[in-house]
Ligand binder design. Structure first.
Ligand code: EAX
Length: 324
């Protein structure tokens, strides 16, 4: 009794003095990511947090938060008001135009191809471009191959998407590609998407299986068409105000954490790719295979040809002809 009373009246400063110095000197680091905790980004963020905190022996505390507006997250990283942001690279091209090359539809054959390119010199060169725009490109991550969903409209071929309002990311390459196919692209941040689908201000959207599953889009959309029209990279960016001041040892801790986050992210994408479609069907979504994906490629051809010129045939070839 007496002892409990004593603890209650102990002044805060006295309690603080009993805590080891390393804890008091703890630096808080904020990492935002753009999907639920059990998603391919949420799990990667947790892995990052765990690795930083154990690797630095508690010197750094990583506060993981969800922020669905990926453009705003990148802006805060630029400003230094948050240390890290993780999410799709959808809006990244508005900051670093060169990375838009990765957004070209039908550029990547499969996951191995996309990951191979992102892990190669091409990926490293693109990450390095973030520095000049006030960010550190820490690591490429993964969002996945994107597929079309609609609320009402059955899409049997690209002819059926003509005139539909489809939400796209705030990404010029995606917008132009859909426009070439006759869609009315409606760009908005991910945070605005669920209400837009609910209110029917758009007829559909497109996103990878990991996003559709973890965000319960089966509750907002009737159909899923497995168009796989474009690979959507993810990215982890850091604030130079924080990163550039790290000691070499601490930087190694953060780099290790980033690598482990990428592994956790990719592993979850793989799991979702294996089980997600069945899960969405179980939840009642009408999932349709797309036998002729080439028809979508043809429908977007005008835009794709234009991108070849814009990003340079050389770079496009380096990406297309990547081999293990
Ligand atoms: O982070 O905006 C999107 O559609 C992205 O795929 C999503 O936010 C994933």
């Amino acid at each position: 009794m007496k002892r409990r009373h004593l603890v209650q009246i102990l002044p805060a400063a006295f309690i603080a003095a009993m805590i080891p110095g390393s804890v008091l000197a703890q630096t808080k680091v904020t990492l935002t990511h753009s999907s639920p905790a059990n998603s391919h980004f949420g799990l990667a963020a947790e892995e990052f947090k765990k690795t930083v905190e154990s690797g630095s022996k508690g010197k750094y505390q990583v506060v993981v938060q969800r922020l669905d507006n990926e453009r705003e997250a990148m802006e805060s990283v630029q400003l230094g008001s948050q240390e890290f942001a993780m999410g799709s690279s959808g809006p990244a091209g508005n900051f670093v135009p060169e990375v838009r090359v990765l957004d070209v539809p039908f550029l990547f054959r499969d996951y191995a191809h996309a990951r191979g390119v992102l892990d190669s010199e091409v990926g490293k060169e693109l990450l390095a471009k973030f520095k000049a725009k006030g960010m550190i490109g820490v690591a490429w991550m993964e969002n996945g191959f994107r597929h079309l969903t609609t609320g009402k409209k059955e899409v049997a071929s690209p002819a059926d998407v003509k005139g539909l309002k489809i939400r796209t990311m705030e990404n010029q390459v995606h917008m132009q590609a859909w426009q070439a196919a006759g869609v009315l692209p409606t760009p908005m941040a991910f945070s605005e998407l669920p209400p837009a689908l609910q209110q029917g201000t758009v007829d559909g959207q497109e996103n990878p299986i990991p996003i559709i599953v973890s965000n319960n889009f089966n509750q907002l959309q009737k159909y899923l068409f497995l168009t796989g029209h474009v690979y959507s990279p993810g990215i982890l960016v850091g604030s130079p105000a924080f990163w550039d001041k790290l000691s070499p040892e601490d930087r190694t801790v953060f780099e290790t954490a980033a690598r482990r986050a990428v592994q956790a992210n990719r592993a979850k994408v793989e799991l979702d790719e294996r089980e997600g479609v069945a899960e969405l069907r179980r939840r009642g979504m009408d999932v349709r295979d797309v036998a002729d994906r080439g028809a979508y490629q043809d429908a977007m051809k005008v835009a794709i040809t234009k991108f070849e010129g814009e990003f340079g045939a050389d770079l496009m070839r380096r990406i297309r002809e990547w081999k293990k």
